[in-house]
Design a protein around this ligand. Structure first.
Ligand SMILES: Nc1ncnc2c1ncn2[C@@H]1O[C@H](COP(=O)(O)OP(=O)(O)OP(=O)(O)O)[C@@H](O)[C@H]1O
Length: 325
């Protein structure tokens, strides 16, 4: 990524880059309008399985069976249907919804990681312009399954990444000091010399691991940070701490979009706005603290005081613990 001045011009001043690594030099307002995504179901495996079953059952495959297979091969599945929303610099937008509701697909679409055209329709705009290659370089994406070297320490991991990803205009020492400032910002100083580890080698904790994955993306000083389930596998205190860290990144001008599977009420309070998905459709987009009032106004309220996130997930699942007032 090229170092850039606040007005977006390329800069050769490498110290400017390392000083500004944690503040957003190019704020991004993200808008997504009527985003839909369809996939063609490839049933070649199903065809093979059915043929095998028939072979074991001893019956030949008839031509009508083949026609049925052909019909199924042409089937499409709608994963996202007309999702609209926006998020500005300094804000956290949370994408909520049950498993399989389309959260990861939406995040991938917003990051420009799905192919536009046939399957993806609608508009995804950064500062009212279509995503370009250079805007995509300003997007950090933290995936659900982090891929880290188990034998490196936290600091080695981030220095290695920094040497690989930061522009050649920076000196080696500047890249190392950038890694060190990200370590401090992400609260990793305590464990910087501990190895990452894995299920066989004891290393850093799950919460620290998530922070390393975020730090990995922070090295490129993204203006828009998209995170897929950063709190999964964390206890509610660690999840809250992580959200506080994301909140402080937002305060520095980053735009944050994150999916969260089951946020506690404390974590829910840290969201500025939420998109609630149910089977690929949006059932709510708006401020987090207005969601309960909205659903009450349309006749849905919980029968006892509930964590708003639990209530929204029940609604998205169609679980009958709510009543129409
Ligand atoms: N390329 C694809 N082909 C077929 N189905 C797909 C494809 N991509 C996603 N899906 C399906 O779309 C649905 C939404 O998937 P997605 O991963 O976005 O859900 P999610 O809400 O992130 O789920 P989870 O919380 O379990 O990670 C799932 O049922 C998934 O199986």
């Amino acid at each position: 990524m090229d170092a850039q001045t606040p007005n977006g011009e390329p800069s050769n001043n490498s110290s400017w880059y390392s000083n500004s690594i944690l503040s957003s030099s190019y704020p991004i307002t993200l808008k997504f309008i009527e985003v839909s995504y369809r996939v063609k179901l490839e049933n070649s495996n199903e065809f093979r399985t059915t043929s095998l079953r028939k072979m074991f059952a001893g019956g030949p495959t008839s031509s009508s069976d083949v026609e049925n297979q052909t019909v199924r091969i042409n089937q499409e599945r709608t994963i996202l249907s007309g999702i609209t929303g926006m998020v500005s610099p300094g804000q956290i937008l949370a994408v909520l919804g049950p498993s399989g509701s389309g959260k990861s697909t939406l995040l991938n679409a917003l990051a420009g990681r799905l192919h536009h055209g046939h399957d993806l329709t609608g508009s995804i705009l950064a500062n009212n312009k279509k995503l370009t290659k250079s805007t995509r370089r300003r997007i950090g994406f933290v995936t659900q399954d982090d891929v880290l070297y188990p034998h490196l320490t936290v600091r080695e991991t981030l220095i290695f990444c920094s040497l690989l990803r930061l522009p050649a205009s920076l000196t080696r020492n500047e890249k190392i000091s950038t890694a060190d400032s990200v370590i401090r910002e992400l609260g990793l100083a305590k464990c910087k010399d501990t190895i990452i580890g894995n299920s066989f080698i004891r290393g850093i904790s799950g919460g620290e691991r998530k922070r390393v994955s975020i730090a990995h993306e922070m090295l490129i000083n993204p203006s828009l940070l998209i995170l897929d389930e950063p709190t999964s596998g964390l206890d509610s205190t660690a999840a809250f701490r992580l959200m506080t860290t994301l909140g402080s990144l937002a305060e520095k001008g980053k735009t944050i979009v994150t999916s969260v599977h089951q946020p506690s009420s404390r974590v829910y309070q840290s969201f500025d706005s939420v998109v609630v998905l149910s089977e690929g459709r949006c059932i709510y987009f708006g401020k987090g603290n207005e969601a309960m009032n909205y659903f009450e106004s349309v006749g849905f309220c919980p029968s006892f005081p509930m964590n708003p996130a639990d209530f929204l997930l029940d609604l998205a699942n169609g679980t009958p613990v709510i009543f129409v007032s």
